[in-house]
Every structure is written in C-alpha cells, then in structure tokens.
Design a protein around this ligand. Structure first.
Ligand code: ZN
Length: 234
C-alpha cells in the first residue's frame, strides 16, 4: 500500500490543488519546494501562508502534513537564462515556447524530489503538470513523466509512483476539483493565497485571485475561473 506522498509544492494554484488532493488520499504527506532564484520570491512566501491555512482550516490535514523540504536550486539560474530567473520581459521564442521556459525543469524537480522521497520513505510523488492547457513545455507531457518514473525506479531500485492529478484537466476543471476536495474553504485559500502571476503582482484581488491580469499565467487563471462551475454558481 502506498500511503506516504511527497508533493511538489510551489505555492501556485496547481500545486496547491495537488497538495489538497494528496491530503485527501494519503496518510502522510510531505511537501518540497525549489528555490531557484525566481524573479519573485512571492511564491516561496505564499507556500508558508498556504501550509498554515491548510492546518488551521482542515484539522484532519494538520495530522497528515509532515516535513516541508526546500531545496536551493539556484544553480538553475547559472545554467539557463530565462524570464523567470532573469529580469527580462516575457516573450515567445522562435520555437513557440515562452522564454519563461527553464529547459527540463520538471525532470530536475522530480529527480531531486525522488532522492528526498527515497530518504524519507515516501512512495508517491505528486506534481501539478498538465497537458490540457498545453503551453508548450515538453517536460509537462504525460509520456515524459511516465518515462521519468521508469528511469527513477530503475535507477533507485524502487517502485515509486509519479501522480499528476491535473494532467487531463483544464483550468476550469482544476478550480472545480478544489471545490470538490475542500469546498468553499479550500476555494478561498486557493483564490487568495496561491500565486501564479509571472510578474509577481499581488496588489489587486480579482475574483480569480491576485495578479497583474495580463501575463499568460494570469490570463489562463482568469479564463479558467470564469468558466468554472463554481464561478457560475456565485
Ligand atoms: Zn500576471
């Protein structure tokens, strides 16, 4: 039985939804975050706020939440020059990928997560990658992550499972999943405390949360919220 999970938790909408999903499903859940010189440390701060809110709002989750691991991956900013880590405008490159792309970032994240999971005896790795609102990141693809699961298990002689509960959901369905898991309480935590905006903007609270409202991440988040069932009901 696989009862112990490690969630790749960035403080964004997707990974926060995944954390709730894991807390509903597994007996013991730990979290891991990567500090890689993001342009805005907003996300890293949001993580702590969200963990605190989860414990306060869901007593049954408080029991299950274990260690929060934060790994310093500042080396990523040395090996890549992208809009997320450097002070550059977000634009699209000739290959169609936004310059926010850190090549193979998710392979690195899952590999580091697996080494921590091995040490902590955690059998499930959970990530918020998604093919549906495909922004061109090849390391978010289901096949990429299935191949990585095989490689990690062979390389460590383990039977770990990589779970990606959002893989085939669109952004609206991700909002609705949160409501199914934790009702309005979880919805409000995700709306107000998670961060997705590429520009790190957190001054104006929109119905869908904080953000600049015009970067690709905000646009996706807003569109998803507006067509979600929960938004139609309110
Ligand atoms: Zn934005």
């Amino acid at each position: 039985m696989k009862t112990r999970a490690l969630v790749l938790f960035s403080g964004g909408q997707d990974s926060t939804t995944c954390l709730a999903w894991a807390l509903k499903r597994y007996q013991h859940v730990e979290t891991i975050g990567f500090d890689y010189g993001q342009r805005h440390l907003v996300e890293m701060e949001c993580r702590q706020t969200i963990l605190k809110s989860f414990k306060e709002s869901f007593p049954e989750w408080k029991e299950k939440l274990g260690n929060d691991h934060v790994l310093d991956l500042s080396i990523l900013s040395e090996v890549s020059d992208t809009a997320l880590t450097a002070s550059r405008e977000i634009e699209f490159q000739a290959n169609g990928l936004p310059n926010t792309f850190v090549p193979a970032r998710n392979l690195l994240f899952f590999t580091f997560a697996a080494t921590v999971a091995y040490r902590r005896d955690l059998q499930v790795l959970v990530g918020g990658m998604c093919e549906t609102d495909y922004s061109g990141y090849p390391d978010c693809r289901d096949d990429t992550l299935k191949a990585l699961q095989v490689a990690l298990n062979l390389g460590m002689d383990q039977r770990m499972v990589l779970e990606t509960p959002l893989m085939w959901l669109n952004k609206s369905e991700t909002w609705d999943l949160a409501v199914q898991i934790g009702g309005k309480t979880l919805l409000e935590i995700i709306r107000k405390e998670t961060h997705t905006c590429y520009k790190g903007e957190r001054t104006t609270l929109h119905p869908w949360g904080y953000g600049c409202g015009d970067c690709p991440a905000c646009e996706l988040r807003q569109k998803g919220y507006e067509s979600a069932e929960i938004a139609k009901q309110s």
